[in-house]
Design a protein around this ligand. Sequence first.
Ligand SMILES: Cc1ncc(COP(=O)(O)O)c(C=O)c1O
Length: 416
Amino acid sequence: MGKKSFILISNGNYRMVTKCIYLWINNNFYTIINIKKAEGGLVMKIKTFKVEQWMNDFENDAIYNLGETCIDSMTLGELIELSGYKPEEYLSSLKDKRMTYSHIYGSPEFLKGVSDLYKSIKPEQVIPTHGAVGANNMVILSMIEPSDNMISVMPTYQQHYSIPESIGAEVRILQLTPENKFLPDLDLLRSLVDENTKMITINNPDNPTGSWIPEKEMMEIVEIAKSVGAYILSDEVYRGISEDGSYMTSIVDLYDKGISVGSMSKIFSLAGLRMGWIASRSEEVFKACLERRDYDTISCGVLDDLFSSMALLNKEKIFDRNRNILLKNRAILDQWVQETPEVHYIKPVAGTTALVYYDNKMPSYDLCVKLLSEKGVLFTPGSCFEMEGCVRIGYAFDSKTLRDGLDKFTEFLREI
Ligand SMILES: Cc1ncc(COP(=O)(O)O)c(C=O)c1O
């Protein structure tokens, strides 16, 4: 007579079991848990990613594209030349490169280049990903369970609240307001966390508001996270170019449970490489993300890794180029806001975008569609960030497009 054994067949990701099937086969007792209607888990659908959907639908129709969030993207030739090579020679030297998988865990050059962006991160504490979009996805799916709650600032990049929600986790919103210069209200944050808070997620500098949490406030957020043992995921894709030239502090240099997400897309002007990363000193985060990475990444591209490493090695030259663009264009935007009584904003201090409020009752989505069709100017509706009466302006592209697009918007506001 065999022993009675119990096997639970489930996805390990349920809270409420609605149906159990018991089987008695060959003297063994099997329990099959049917999780079809489990609360959370696999049955929840993810919401439409509003900002990406907006860009997919309208980006190609723009004459003045002020929906863009990258600093004026570089050509490959520009990157190669800036790095001290002759583009033709360099490109022809690549023809013998074998197009197999890249270094599974990232090339030593890439890992070193990324770790040099932080004070306390070693190359072996970096995980390369398919863009920051891959990094955010990997962190949240690896770390969050349906029984957790997660705090997310709003407005922010939608991954931070819609992915945990799709898993069935409770998402608590930490609303950023113009009254508080779009910085987190720390008392509100204190009231939102509890023992089930697994992670606090911020976007620093923030897309769309262009706010940036200084180190003193960051330390207070760390203290709040520590009080409940929560991780802090900081999406830092816009980190790197500050007004005074200093390199902004990263969460991983302040907190051992901090997770930094970065990317080649925005500050490095190389979105076409589709390279991002996760950096963390936490072994738990590292292990969990590597487990998942086999399922959704395997490796990044050979050429993506190569050119990212080149850019990281020459980052100061890229930052000089980009600091000029950013500061010049931020001043153009600010002058326009000062001279245009129909709009107002909280001046962005970092990042590449600003949230601009307009004096009109038209919903932001309708306004943006009308503006695009009548004047060829592409903004992003505030509604993509659950905000109304405002639009996001990406100002880090070329100055002429910015000036012309803003003038067209003034014209438009005076006509409607
Ligand atoms: C805050 C934020 N995080 C992540 C991403 C995705 O970046 P990537 O191009 O590296 O995937 C974006 C893109 O707009 C973003 O604004």
